[in-house]
Design a protein around this ligand. Structure first.
Ligand SMILES: NC(=O)c1ccc[n+]([C@@H]2O[C@H](COP(=O)([O-])OP(=O)(O)OC[C@H]3O[C@@H](n4cnc5c(N)ncnc54)[C@H](O)[C@@H]3O)[C@@H](O)[C@H]2O)c1
Length: 357
């Protein structure tokens, strides 16, 4: 038996609930600073108890807490939960910066508890298919990769927490770290060496660039985060990575992909959205590019579609790690490298200089 409490009953909570239940765990309580949100969610999913976060920490029948709040609260809530002896599943981004992430990693180690994040794109069927070729040695060493989460018009509302730097930590760079994380996962999460990054904030206050989802607009609040980020990263291993992400930029259409060039095979995981940016209209593909018997061969790998983009499977993995000792899809040490890269990119963008790690 594994008893889990959900903290933050907003847009993402249903995916966590469905994943935990699919794995055989029980969601025993829900907390939210907005009690109406907690009550609505508890009623919808038949969860017996609505309580405060502090009550959940003190309840010894609760084994794990799922933190699904605005980014600013990931660090204090995770550390409090780990120190209260709970295992923690936390939404992405792991924290506002690497300093906070290091604190969370230390708390997990000190209390000997599991800390996992919702890097759900690793749990997508396409990603796991590619990973099986990498793990079998059929890709060789990945020399170089390109990670894109490019939205043409995807600002998640005006004036909500997503677009206020003090609550979110930043714009698309921190909100859409998934393809950067996925590329690093494929590459073996190498230690970064050098980074050069640039951010742009054109269109960030232009309502024509608003996405088809997100939070309700709040009048009179200025969006103070970037609209797009571009970077080149090198690693101590000699590997290299190019990254682009945007909420608002003049691109052809939304594109979410990782491509890579290995010594035995190249490959690509791509989620190509329709112009509406809605998950159910997207098309997934998963390919490998090899050289066989002197000829160029492209493998088209067929996998089951997953409209939840791995969100349900990733939450289920957290529960199975605790219940059955399954290998976790992600580790907090990797989240620390990711946050160091994000910090370095903001630093490089503000100074105009490359950052040495
Ligand atoms: N993995 C993904 O694909 C994905 C997608 C969207 C959002 N997210 C992440 O999920 C998190 C939540 O996003 P969302 O879209 O569900 O946001 P949301 O605004 O819809 O919901 C957040 C909920 O948290 C509650 N809350 C705020 N502060 C709290 C606190 N201190 N304690 C308890 N509850 C609190 C709010 O009242 C609200 O109900 C964010 O970190 C976001 O980056 C992840």
């Amino acid at each position: 038996m594994l008893n889990i409490a959900i903290a933050g009953a907003g847009g993402m909570a249903a995916y966590h609930y469905k994943g935990f239940v699919a794995a055989g765990a029980t969601v025993v309580a829900v907390c939210d600073v907005n009690i109406k949100n907690a009550e609505r969610f508890a009623t919808q999913y038949g969860i017996k108890r609505v309580m405060t976060f502090e009550e959940a920490l003190a309840d010894t029948s609760i084994d794990a807490i799922s933190i699904i709040t605005p980014n600013k609260f990931h660090h204090p809530m995770t550390v409090a939960a780990l120190d209260a002896g709970k295992n923690v599943y936390c939404e992405k981004p792991p924290a506002l910066n690497a300093h906070e992430m290091l604190d969370m990693l230390s708390a997990a180690r000190k209390n000997d508890k599991l800390l996992m994040f919702d890097f759900n794109n690793r749990a997508r069927p396409e990603s796991q298919a590619i990973k099986s070729y990498i793990d079998a040695g059929e890709v060789g060493r990945i020399n170089s990769a390109q990670a894109f989460w490019i939205r043409r018009a995807g600002i998640p509302g005006f004036g909500g927490w997503f677009t206020q730097k003090n609550l979110s930590g930043g714009g698309p760079l921190i909100d859409l770290p998934h393809m950067l994380d996925l590329a690093l996962y494929f590459m073996g999460y190498p230690e970064p060496a050098q980074l050069l990054g640039v951010t742009y904030n054109d269109f960030i206050n232009d309502s024509a660039f608003k996405g088809p989802w997100g939070l309700a607009d709040v009048a009179g609040v200025v969006n103070d985060v970037e609209a797009a980020a571009h970077a080149m990263i090198t690693f101590r291993t000699g590997q290299s990575l190019m990254m682009r992400c945007s909420w608002a930029e003049l691109n052809e259409r939304e594109l979410v992909s990782v491509t890579f060039q290995g010594t035995k095979a190249g490959g690509k995981v791509e989620r190509l959205f329709g112009i509406d940016g809605i998950d159910s209209t997207s098309q997934d593909s998963c390919m490998l590019f090899t050289q066989q018997h002197g000829r160029q061969v492209n493998l088209n790998v067929t996998v089951q579609p997953d409209e939840s983009m791995g969100r349900i499977e990733n939450a289920a993995n957290f529960a199975r790690v605790l219940m059955n000792g399954e290998e976790p899809y992600n580790k907090p040490e990797q989240a620390l490298i990711l946050m160091r890269i994000i910090d370095a990119l903001y630093k490089s963008a503000s100074t105009g200089k490359a950052v040495e790690f």
